[in-house]
Each structure stands twice: as C-alpha cells, then as structure tokens.
Design a protein around this ligand. Structure first.
Ligand code: SAH
Ligand code: SF4
Ligand code: F3S
Length: 456
C-alpha cells in the first residue's frame, strides 16, 4: 500500500501527521506522491473559514483523481473531520475513514482493515476522558509541510484539547476538553528522541501553561515539567507552544532565567489590545496584566524574543479598539506575529455578537497592522547585526549563490539565519548541526551571518 498525507493547520496537526506516517511505515506501507497513492490522508484545520474551504477543494480534486482507480481511497482527520464527522463519509463516498484528534491513535489499525475490506467505511470521532497514548513509531516519515521540524528537532505532545472557549474559537469543539498527558510518557518520548539524535524539542499543546490542571491531573504542573525536560542530558534547546497569558505561572516566567537550554523565545497570543474586546473575547486578562507579564519575562531574560497572534475585526471592534491594538504592538514590540481577520465559526459564542465589522474595514485594519509589524520586525532584525549567536541548521537555504553554499537555520530566539560557506568549506554539511555565527546583515524576515567557529 502506498500513502500520501496532506497537512493543514497548526503544529499539532504537523506532529499528528508525522506520527501517522511513521505508524503506517511500521506496517509496511510506503510513502508516495499524491497521484500514485492508494490512500490519501487529509489532516485538516477549521480554525477559520478559509482552511475549511481548502479541505473541500482538496476533496473535489481527489474525487477527480481517484476516477479510474477504484482501489484508491481517502481518509480525513483533524478538526474538519471532527466537526463534520460522518457527513463527510456520505458526501464523499471515496472517503472511507474520518478520525478526530482522539481517534487518530486507532487510525493506523483502522486503515489496515479498510484496505483489506472493500466498501468498509469507519469513523473514529469519540472524545476520550484521558489522553490517548499512541503506539511508539520512530522510523522515517516526515509530514511534508512548511512547518515540519528540521532533522534534529522534534515536537512532543504534552496535552490535547482546550477548556477556555474563547468566544471566537472552534478548537474546544474540535479537539475536546483539555487532557494532559502523563509526565512519564512525555519524558519517555523526549528521552527516546534525544537518544535518536534530537537536539531541540518543542513541547506542544493548545494551552501548555495549564498542563496538569485538568480533571485527570498529571501530578506535575507545567513549570515542573519544563524543569524535568530541560534536565534531560543531551538536550541543547527546549521550546514550548502555545501559551495563554492568563495561565502563565511566575515559575514558568522565572524558568526563562533559570534554564540554560530553554530558548529565549515565547509565543504569547495577545489577540487584541483593547480591554473591551478582550473582555468580549473571554480572554480573562487585560492589557495591564499582559504588559506586566512581558516586563517580568524581560526581567528574567532580557534577550527574549516575543511573538503573538492578533485578530482584527472581532464583532464590535471600533476604530478606537483597533488603535489600542496598534499601541500594544508598539509598546511590546513583538518580533513577529500571526494576524487574522475574524472569521465566524459554527457554534462559537461570537457568531451571535454584533455588530459585525464590515469586511473592507477588517481588511484595511489587517494591512495596517501587518505594515506596522513589518516595520517592527525589520528594526528588531536590524538590531541583531553584529551579535554573535548559535544557529541550529535545518538544511540548505532556498536561495543559493554562485560563490557560496548557503545554509539555513535558526538562532535560539527563533530567527531565521542564512550562512554562506565559501571555498573548501562549501562541501561541509551543516544540516542538524550547531555553529557560532556573527550576524552581518538583516533582511526583511531573516538574517545573514558568517561562521565564527566550528560546527558541532
Ligand atoms: N490555543 C491556541 C489557539 C490556536 S488557534 C493558541 O492560543 O495559540 C490559533 C490562532 O488563530 C488564535 O490564537 C487566534 O489568533 C486565531 N483564531 C482562532 N479562531 C479564530 C477565528 N474565528 N477568526 C480569526 N482568527 C481566529
Ligand atoms: Fe486548526 Fe486549531 Fe485544529 Fe490546529 S487545533 S488544526 S489550528 S482548528
Ligand atoms: Fe482557542 Fe482560546 Fe483555546 S484561542 S484553543 S479557545 S485558548
């Protein structure tokens, strides 16, 4: 059997696809291009309307390409699968498995059965009470995705689901209630990954700061888990995502000053700079509290690089609310941000909130916000020129030149750094290695640096 996985959405989906690929490889299946695959898996996202539409166009395309190949079939996983469920099986007869975030643990066995039993369709959509541990599968398989981790980096899930019900967000409905993973299982997976050569681990969850706070508990809070993972011998870099500002504990803030391998980099979604909008979003913090956290983080780790998520055009957002968001951006000076136009999602509280912001106004706000972000990003990158940092390389840069081989990696703050190797050094393979680099130039979204020492 040949399979192909297409991944939409967040890092949790990237990580899920990666595991599914490994579990299928362990069963003797092979990865293949989409038009040669017997099974195409779509791992989907429904956080906004656009990614959901992409799933339907991908399914339309698959319907065409499966014509004349009756043995080929599709499976749909992730958030759209959880949301639309068995409707997908009815609407697209060539879809023979739908699975949600808890069901994925059973997906490899289900796929084997389906491949052997013509006509069988299955749904794995139940939410479970505890974190569903998955079988261990290590060999090969990499989800083809722009966010896929580099050769010696990996993601490790620490929880699933979300209990926050922010007024705009569909995730609590598609990923279910928060369930923390057992710390022993997290540590076992981290240890195994390090033994296999991983140097950088990113702990993953919708809301990592509330690790261990759900009904099942975990016998450990997030700060304790961070300390335990950071102490694993051989781990060069540790990151985590995503954090909710309301739950970030003082011990986690302090960890940035205490743990040497915890990278000075934090994604802390703000969503809006207006207290009135934050209140309607149900975020449970205000700008004052957010700024206090930022100052504490900067006190613990002065070089910390902050990133964020922002939504414009939330129902009722006025010009003045939006100006507040711009002010917060100027105040915090986020090095990077993901920003989105509010998108109505079925079943969320904000659907019933009025007045809706007209789409043109929301688009104008989004462009103004992104312009400001570009300015701040440029200035932040510019200020790195001259600094010496350690870069962990993913692989060759996309852009190469005639007289040098360019390698692409990230510094500990998560900034992209491209480094040329000239002369005899052109033959050197930097993928998965770390090297001291002096930053020589800032581009719009990345840095250029020169080698100042040997790679290791
Ligand atoms: N727990 C994750 C949320 C994942 S959703 C986190 O806090 O990062 C990722 C981002 O998508 C959110 O932070 C939010 O900025 C955005 N988002 C979620 N629902 C949205 C909606 N209905 N419209 C626009 N953006 C949305
Ligand atoms: Fe998309 Fe959210 Fe689901 Fe991730 S958890 S796939 S961002 S809807
Ligand atoms: Fe969504 Fe808010 Fe949870 S953004 S994933 S409901 S923390």
């Amino acid at each position: 059997m040949k399979f192909h996985i297409v991944t939409f959405g967040c890092q949790m989906n990237v990580n899920d696809s990666d595991w599914l690929a490994r579990a299928l490889l362990a069963r003797g299946w092979q990865e293949a291009p989409e038009d040669e695959a017997d099974l195409v898996v779509l791992n989907t996202c429904s956080v906004r309307e656009k990614p959901e539409q992409k799933v339907h166009s991908a399914l339309g395309r698959l319907g065409q390409s499966f014509r004349g190949r009756p043995q080929a079939f599709a499976a749909v996983g992730g958030c759209v699968a959880q949301q639309l469920g068995e409707d997908l099986l009815r609407r697209y007869p060539f879809v023979r498995l739908v699975f949600g975030s808890d069901g994925i643990a059973q997906a490899p066995n289900a796929l084997e059965r389906i491949a052997a039993e013509p006509g069988l369709q299955m749904a794995l959509l139940d939410f479970l009470k505890t974190y569903p541990e998955r079988e261990e599968a290590w060999e090969g398989g990499a989800a083809a995705h722009a966010d896929a981790p580099g050769p010696r980096q990996c993601f490790v899930n620490i929880m699933q689901g979300c209990d926050n019900f922010c007024a705009y967000c569909i995730v609590p409905y598609t990923r279910g209630r928060q369930k923390s993973r057992r710390p022993e299982a997290v540590l076992r997976e981290c240890r195994e990954q390090i033994a296999r050569g991983v140097r950088e681990i990113t702990l993953l969850g919708q809301n990592v700061n509330s690790f261990g706070q759900d009904a099942g508990g975990a016998g450990m809070n997030f700060a304790e888990l961070l300390h335990a993972v950071a102490a694993l011998p051989g781990l060069d870099r540790l990151r985590f995502t995503t954090s909710h500002p309301k739950d970030i504990a003082p011990e986690v803030v302090r960890a940035f000053g205490e743990l040497e391998n915890l990278c000075p980099h934090l994604h802390l979604p703000l969503q809006s700079g207006s207290d009135a909008v934050l209140r309607r979003m149900g975020r449970k913090y205000d700008t004052e509290r957010y700024l206090r956290i930022v100052r504490e983080l900067q006190a613990a780790r002065p070089d910390i690089a902050l990133g964020t998520d922002l939504i414009v055009g939330f129902p009722g957002e006025t010009d003045e609310d939006f100006e507040r968001t711009l002010e917060m951006m100027r105040e915090v000076r986020f090095e990077s941000s993901f920003s989105f136009k509010y998108s109505d999602r079925p079943g969320v509280a904000a659907v019933n909130m009025t007045p809706k912001v007209d789409p043109q106004t929301a688009s104008d706000r989004l462009s103004r916000l992104q312009e400001l972000q570009n300015e701040i990003t440029s200035e932040a990158l510019e200020s790195r020129v001259g600094a010496v940092c350690e870069v962990l390389f993913d692989g060759p840069s996309r852009v190469q030149s005639e007289d040098a081989a360019f390698w692409r990696g990230r510094d500990s703050g998560g900034r992209i750094v491209n480094v040329p190797l000239c002369g005899a050094e052109r033959e050197e393979d930097l993928a998965g290695r770390m090297m001291p680099v002096r930053i020589t130039e800032a581009k719009k979204h990345s840095l250029i640096g020169e080698k100042t020492g040997e790679a290791w």
